[in-house]
Structure formats: C-alpha cells, structure tokens
Design a binder for this molecule. Sequence first.
Ligand code: PAF
Length: 284
Amino acid sequence: MKITGQKREVKEIVKQWRAEGLSVGLVPTMGYLHEGHESLIRRAASENDRVVVSDFVNPTQFGPGEDLESYPRDIDRDAAVCEAAGASLIFHPQPEEMYAGDACTFVDMTGLTAELCGKSRPIHFRGVCTVVAKLFNIVRPDRAYFGQKDGQQLSVIRRMVRDLDFDIEIVGCPIVREADGLAKSSRNTYLSEEERKAALVLSRAVRLGKDMAENGEKSADVIVKAMTELIDREPLARIDYVKAVNAVNIEPVSVMEPPVMVAMAVFIGKTRLIDNFVYEGEDR
Ligand code: PAF
C-alpha cells in the first residue's frame, strides 16, 4: 500500500490501474479512522480491484469556531487500518495541495442543505461538495463509499452526482455502533467518561423512534416529540435538532411516509454528535 500527498501521483497510479483494466473504489475520509471507516474500506475492497482512501481534514467544511484545529489526526494509525482493510493507496494531501491559494470555485447546493446540519452549519455542505467533487475528479473512481451516519451528507452527495453527471456509483453503508449503541465517530474521542455515558442518549432516542415507527406509529411529529423528550431528560445533552425529513430530498415531513430519515444533532458538553435512522416502510 502506498501513501502520497500529491494529486499528480494519484492520477498517474489510477491511470496505470485503468490501463490494466482494474476497477477503482474511493473511500473519502477525514482520517482518525474507526470501525465505521474500516467497514467502508472493506466493502470497497470486496467490490473493486483497487481502493483509494483519501485522508484529509477538509478546512472548507468547518465554520468559524468549529473544531478544525482540534480535529484528531493520526496518519500512522490510519495507514495501518487502511492496509489491514484492503486499501491500495492513501491520498493524504496538505491543504495547499488541495486548494490553490486563490481558489474561488465552489460546489454549492440549495434545497437539500436548508435543513438539519445545513441549517446549523451554513457553509458545511459547500465545503463537503467541493472537496468530494475534487476527489472524484482526481481519483475518477467507479464507486465511492459513504456512511449512513452522515445521512444528510449521503443524500447531498447522491444529488450532486446526479445533478453534475458524475459517472460514479454512490454506495451508502450502514452505521457502525459501539457495543452499547453509540454510533462510531472520530469526535467520540472528545468525550469525558461522564459525557461518554450521557452520549448514549442519542442511540437510545434512535432505538425509541425506530421501534415506534416499526410498531406502526404514522405520525413523525409524535415520534420526534418522544425522542426529544427522552434526550431532554439527559442533563448533559443540548439538542441542536431532532427532525423527520424525506430521506431523498431532505424536506421536513410530519407523516412517516417512506423513505423517512429521523435525524438529530445533540451537543454533549461541547461535542456535537449526530445520529439517525431511516424508515423504509413495513415490507423492507
Ligand atoms: O464524512 C466525512 O468524513 C467528510 O465530510 C468527507 C466526506 C470525507 C469530506 O471531507
């Protein structure tokens, strides 16, 4: 497995693979890899001849006062995870390699980014779409793999690929959880022992909402209210949002007409965590 920080080198390596008739999967990450990322890499390795993992803490998706500087980084550990999971190449650029000093072109999206994380983090999805579009152009993969934990991001990327005619299959992969239910996240490392316990309120709320939906509750408002009340009972939790939306276009819904994503962002102390479930209907 090779690590490079150079776009040019990635392009040359992928060109060589293409000449050999090999298929290519891309797993975009911001590094500090956990079992969630590992599951994406393993899936990509099972469906493609070669896998590129990008490992880049993308500055353009962090707003002022967010955790760009403190976001955890450990490329040596990431390299070991990638190698064990079957990656062939890590692209680990410096910000100057990704963005020219005078870069002024961005991929922006309306509609799908108006709610949920897009509302609380106004420039976030512009940064995500821009960096993912750049990664797609650098690697030109057949398939790209994203986790369902960032559920809105997955819908946004699918729409970008459709709207901009990228010839890439987007593969969404299930949320990977700790044994006690907490969704795996690089940001879990910020939590103190007490906060780590309090953070379980997110997965408990997901469990509650999912059970209500699967047991026939048709009102999204009733489900969101029950989840909100559960989270509000945890003293260390402060809700950013709990909301039911159509999972494809991210428009708010009040009826559980599939596909519905019930998503949340909750501060546990200073750490903002997200989680969600998708209701696909009774026959799925
Ligand atoms: O999900 C992430 O880690 C990031 O948003 C992504 C897709 C790698 C873009 O920087």
